[in-house]
Design a protein around this ligand. Structure first.
Ligand code: URA
Length: 189
């Protein structure tokens, strides 16, 4: 079993798919390496690619605020993406790119060993829950897969584009808070 540091150094040297050719930085993921909750986005955007960190742009600020609203911070959770390198012009990652890169995510999940996984948006949900996942229909539902409790909610970028979705996203975040409390009582991390 790798440590997160070892895995990160492997991912930083990855050239397995064409996204590696256009990246500025690999965005490995960050947060509490023993987090109980793992948030999974789609892939780095412009600012994430520049800084090498996940969710640091406008969508990231919104994610921070939503975490705060359920009494969590970035330091409590672990945040990663389906693909670690920015797709050009922020297009969705191709199936082939996701298939290659998700191997690294599987290792991250093994190492961090969360109990709760939150898919941010349809790309994450389709790669993790079901390839035909419909985010508007199936968000907010808990899926039990092995030891994991998995839920999908809207991607924060979708909430920035359409604020009428925020009400449902807030319900999802409250449900995440409740699942956490059910699993751990008041313990954090
Ligand atoms: N959107 C994502 O899906 N991931 C990031 O890290 C940033 C924006």
């Amino acid at each position: 079993m790798y440590t997160l540091k070892e895995l990160e150094s492997i991912v930083n040297r990855c050239f397995r798919c064409p996204l590696s050719k256009t990246r500025t930085n690999v965005v490995f993921g960050e947060g509490n390496d023993k987090a109980s909750i793992m948030f999974i986005g789609e892939g780095p955007g412009y600012y994430e690619d520049k800084m090498g960190r996940p969710f640091v742009g406008r969508a990231g600020k919104l994610l921070d605020n939503m975490l705060k609203a359920i009494d969590f911070s970035r330091e409590d959770v672990y945040i990663a993406n389906i693909v670690k390198c920015r797709p050009p012009n922020n297009r969705n990652p191709l199936e082939e790119e996701s298939k290659i890169c998700i191997e690294f995510l599987r290792w991250q999940v093994k190492i961090v060993d969360p109990d709760i996984i939150v898919c941010l948006g349809a790309v994450a949900a389709r790669n993790i829950i079901d390839k035909d996942f419909k985010i508007t229909q199936n968000r907010g539902i808990w899926y039990k897969r092995g030891k994991f409790n998995i839920i999908a909610t809207y991607h924060p970028a979708a909430l920035l584009r359409d604020s009428s979705k925020k009400k449902d996203a807030w319900e999802d975040f409250k449900s995440i808070r409740d699942m956490y409390a059910e699993t751990y009582g008041e313990k954090k991390g």
